[in-house]
Write a protein that binds this ligand. Structure first.
Ligand code: C2O
Ligand code: CU
Length: 495
């Protein structure tokens, strides 16, 4: 099932021309497509940007950029990215982000703003919330991020190939610090599936997709092996750690000093002393710590999820030590995530399982509520199915329709969702459009915290709760990308 690199030819998946009568308009606000029998269906519309909005503009040109990924004398590696340098966007809370995506890839793409509670039309899921942005086209995303924190963005179709070759960026929404730090480090972890000559190894393998995922050997922070961050000696340091890998779990720890977790997936948490923090793909943790007093002394960021702890990056004190009182971790300013109303909540279950049934759904199915299933193209469907949610795998390429929603939630109500892992593998489960509270687990103590992605271990049942306050059709899926791309993905609807 090895796939061809994206830039050698269009992906092995069928080209998208097989959809009869498809009309794709390129504007952000409205796009209509004709269904086979002449009916039309609209994509959601985003609220207009007010005339007096403070706007932060970005140009994101998705294209092939060759880089010296593996240090010389290895040859350069063709990678996909949004910008020439690191794709790191920093906006202030209150500002609107206006980001224009120009697609210079050989296949369609979109941008999903992971963890940001955007209006549905800006969520960047092709065929569900917007038309795919075809090669040569542009699409402008406009929204006002409602929450501060550490987020990221990535494509949402053929993710294994696009993200696998590098297409992702970090989005930081500033404005959550009552007491500023002396340094603010972004540490984006991922491994690259490249060999020592900078050549790609397979992104998707049957063995990986049907088990814990395929792994790369080239482990990086900000695309470098074991970088050293120089920070002011005795300074207060914020570390924004993102697990942007497609399959690896990280048990984040710090060696050399005490550190506190102050945010999970960008959401403030009353400071918790860090022992280690387990993070699946897509999860983030913000740490606060005090840099060593003596210039040249180092701390290590390590991954304990390995037989021997692996040092991912180091933090080195430099310069005249700052004159600071004893370190006290400062709490971030509170967010405005709605608190779930557990008394009035309805409970639903989401079973994570292997797929046994084939993913067949009849095309162009009219649902009992009168809505029509939407089409997708092969690039957005599963090349094979190994996994399912509540027994329903994301459809494979034999049918070009999106599946019906797994759940329909009433707007404004609180839902408790029990995530039940019936497989022998870890699954980091992610919901779009909503930030949930992780409440409890049958496996033990959980510090309740807000998140957009949470790990469910084998035999574990994790309870999460959220207010379904964002209307639209939203994705829910495992963020081990090979699992997502082979069935462990579905839709939930908020009406
Ligand atoms: Cu980060 Cu649906 O994904
Ligand atoms: Cu999974």
């Amino acid at each position: 099932m090895a796939k061809q690199p994206l830039f050698m030819s269009i992906s092995r998946r069928r080209a998208i021309t097989s959809l009869g009568g498809v009309v794709l308009a390129g504007t952000a606000l409205a796009a209509w497509r004709a269904l086979g029998d002449g009916r039309t269906q609209s994509y959601p519309q985003a609220p207009a940007m007010p005339a007096d909005a403070q706007v932060h503009r970005e140009e994101l040109v998705a294209k092939l950029r060759t880089r010296q990924l593996v240090p010389a004398p290895a040859p350069v590696t063709p990678t996909l990215s949004y910008t020439d340098g690191p794709s790191l966007l920093r906006v202030r809370k209150g500002e609107w982000l206006e980001a224009t995506l120009a697609n210079r890839l050989k296949e369609h793409t979109t941008i999903h703003w992971h963890g940001i509670r955007v209006p549905n039309a800006m969520d960047g899921v092709p065929y569900l919330t917007q038309p795919p942005v075809q090669p040569g086209e542009e699409f402008t995303y406009r929204f006002q991020p409602p929450d501060t924190g550490t987020f990221f963005f990535h494509p949402h179709c053929n993710t294994i190939e696009q993200l696998g070759h590098g297409l992702a960026g970090v989005l930081i929404v500033e404005g959550d610090e009552a007491r500023p730090h002396d340094a603010d480090l972004v540490c984006a972890y991922r491994d690259w599936r490249v060999d020592k000559n900078g050549r790609y190894t397979p992104m998707l393998t049957d063995a990986g997709a049907s088990k814990a995922g395929t792994f790369g050997d080239f482990r990086t922070i900000n695309d470098e092996v074991r970088p050293v961050f120089k920070v002011p000696a005795n300074g207060d340091i914020r570390v924004r750690f993102l697990n942007l890998d497609m399959s690896r779990v990280v048990d984040l720890g710090v060696i050399g000093t005490d550190a506190w977790v102050i945010a999970t997936d960008g959401n403030p948490l009353s400071p918790q002393k860090l022992k280690s923090w387990r993070m699946g793909p897509a999860m983030r943790a913000d740490l606060t710590l005090r840099a060593p007093m003596k210039p040249g002394d180092r701390l290590q960021l390590v991954n304990y999820y390995a037989p021997q702890p692996i040092v991912m990056a180091e933090i080195e004190a430099s310069g005249e030590p700052l004159n600071r009182p004893d370190f006290m971790p400062a709490e971030l300013l509170p967010s405005s995530i709605p608190e779930p109303d557990l008394e009035g909540a309805e409970t639903v279950q989401l079973r994570l399982s292997a797929s046994s049934a084939p993913a067949d759904l009849p095309p162009d199915l009219v649902l009992p509520d009168g809505s029509v299933l939407r089409y997708a193209d092969a690039l957005c469907l599963a090349p094979k199915t190994f996994w399912a949610l509540n027994g329903q795998p994301w459809p494979s390429q034999s049918h070009e329709v999106l599946p019906p929603p797994l759940f329909t939630f009433q707007r404004g109500r609180t839902y408790v969702m029990e995530l039940i892992n019936q497989t022998p593998h870890i699954h980091p489960i992610h919901l779009h459009g909503h930030t949930f509270k992780v409440l409890s687990s049958n496996k033990g103590d959980i510090i309740p915290h807000f998140a957009d992605t949470t790990i469910v271990a084998p035999k574990e049942r994790v309870k999460i709760a959220f207010v379904a306050d964002n209307p639209g059709d939203w994705m829910i899926h495992c963020h081990i990308i090979e699992h997502q791309d082979t069935g462990m993905m579905g839709i939930f609807r908020v009406v």
